[in-house]
Design a binder for this molecule. Structure first.
Ligand SMILES: *[C@@H]1O[C@H](CO)[C@@H](O)[C@H](O)[C@H]1NC(C)=O
Ligand SMILES: *[C@@H]1O[C@H](CO)[C@@H](O)[C@H](O)[C@H]1NC(C)=O
Ligand SMILES: *[C@@H]1O[C@H](CO)[C@@H](O)[C@H](O)[C@H]1NC(C)=O
Ligand SMILES: *[C@@H]1O[C@H](CO)[C@@H](O)[C@H](O)[C@H]1NC(C)=O
Length: 406
């Protein structure tokens, strides 16, 4: 992801710790921080109120029945209420909203936005721990996992944006990381009426084109059709189980061009600024599962270099779903030119790599000049945009100035 890489990394982390392998292969020197703690608390209780902030738990039901949990931080530490612009934070794959709140309040985007006068709403994607409800299914049903990011675009994003808009009566700013950027870009490219509910969007580690992805581990997983294999074996939730994950990793790590001694780096790139002392808290909340079909969809993008809907793999099946033998394309050139966009990308990001971001920027070359703001940080990799201890100075400050202009 994507956040993907980050997510994968996290779940790899989890796997490594569970199997008593050296955790410091992943976070060198910090194995003592890794502990697996059961966590029955809500995100509001354990992460937001624990820092002295007000927090509300909300539930949003999508048109296809998924019950999403959303946390709201309505006021910052100043306690100032009043006319606050809402901002929706959408995480990437394999995580939930917790990483936005993981560092200190001075370092974490969720708190920084609240302290800067925003009404903060934190999304949790379907299938993650706090968003595993459904009106008629449970995660034990294979049908529960029958979705890819297409459904996140058409159901989750639209339900969340409409909910926040109706609760606040205001248009939203949006912050996405990794997969959270792809679903927004795909939605914007469709030019439907949802776009009128956005004030602006900040896209961190933007994921659009994926075929120049630098992470060899992720590339190999796609080329080996690992997700397709799992799906055909009846594993609809990803990862299916930690022992199977072990076999997957073993296969990938035996590829001659992959060095698995630093999995976090192999997946996301060399993050400069992640506080490794936070590994224990991170592992309390992450990794989170996703649908195997979602991984297949991302693998298709890595292999084909297109941004299209899920490919059912046969002309007949595609015709049945789309009325066409090929899945419809999300054309990034259709994103409205006047939509204010902030792109934050890093020189060492191995998932949202610079060449793929450049391909996206090329599609946006006719965007209104004043409405496309870019922040490029040479030393940042994928996870730094959410967990970097100095992301506040290098990314969030310019982002907040950008929001305040819109
Ligand atoms: C799912 O299956 C497990 C194991 O069979 C069971 O313990 C759990 O209660 C089930 N969950 C739901 C929501 O049905
Ligand atoms: C793999 O990476 C580790 C840590 O960066 C390094 O010490 C080791 O030499 C590398 N192994 C290979 C085979 O490149
Ligand atoms: C890293 O996390 C530890 C543990 O929470 C904290 O004490 C330390 O101040 C953090 N370092 C930075 C640079 O934020
Ligand atoms: C962020 O912090 C890291 C670690 O302290 C440092 O190496 C890096 O130069 C900082 N980056 C920026 C852009 O300030």
């Amino acid at each position: 992801m994507l956040n993907f890489s980050f997510v994968l990394t996290l779940f790899v982390l989890f796997f490594v710790s569970e199997n008593a392998l050296a955790v410091d292969k992943v976070f060198p020197g910090n194995s003592k921080y890794v502990e697996i703690i059961s966590d029955d608390d809500t995100i509001c209780k354990s992460m937001v109120q624990a820092q002295g902030y007000a927090c509300e738990e909300h539930k949003v039901t999508t048109k296809d029945g998924y019950i999403l949990s959303v946390q709201r931080i309505p006021v910052g530490r100043s306690g100032k209420t009043g006319n606050k612009p809402p901002v929706l934070l959408q995480h990437g794959i394999f995580v939930d909203a917790a990483p936005w709140l993981l560092n200190s309040p001075e370092e974490s985007l969720g708190f920084i936005l609240a302290d800067n006068g925003f009404d903060v709403w934190l999304a949790n994607t379907r299938g993650t721990k706090y968003s595993s409800g459904h009106t008629s299914l449970t995660p034990n049903d294979s049908a529960y996992w029958e979705w890819s990011w297409d459904e996140l675009v058409h159901y989750d994003l639209s339900a969340l944006v409409q909910y926040v808009n109706s609760e606040t009566g205001q248009k939203l700013h949006y912050v996405g990381h990794s997969l959270g950027t792809l679903i927004a870009l795909a939605s914007f490219s469709q030019q439907d009426k949802l776009i009128n509910l956005f004030r602006s969007a900040a896209l961190l580690s933007p994921i659009a084109y994926l075929n120049q992805i630098q992470s060899q581990l992720t590339k190999d997983a796609a080329q080996l059709h690992i997700a397709e294999e799992l799906y055909s074996l009846g594993y609809y939730e990803f990862p299916p189980a930690w022992d199977i994950l072990g076999k997957i990793l073993e296969t990938i790590c035996n590829e001659p061009d992959v060095n698995c001694s630093d999995i976090m780096t192999a997946l996301t790139g060399p993050n400069c600024c992640v506080n490794t002392s936070k590994a224990g808290v991170l592992l309390k909340h992450e990794p989170q599962p996703t649908a195997t079909k979602n991984i297949i969809h991302l693998s298709q993008m890595i292999r084909t270099g297109t941004i299209a809907m899920y490919d059912y793999g046969s002309e007949e099946e595609n015709k049945r779903h789309y009325g066409d033998s090929k899945p419809p394309v999300y054309d990034m050139r259709n994103i409205p030119k006047e939509l204010p966009l902030f792109l934050g990308y890093g020189g060492r990001d191995m998932l949202a790599d610079v060449d793929d971001v450049k391909a996206l920027l090329n599609d946006l070359k006719d965007h209104d000049k004043g409405e496309l703001f870019r922040v490029y940080i040479e030393e940042y990799a994928h996870a730094d945009f959410v967990l970097g201890v100095n992301a506040s100075q290098v990314v969030y400050d310019p982002m907040i100035s950008f929001f305040n202009l819109h």
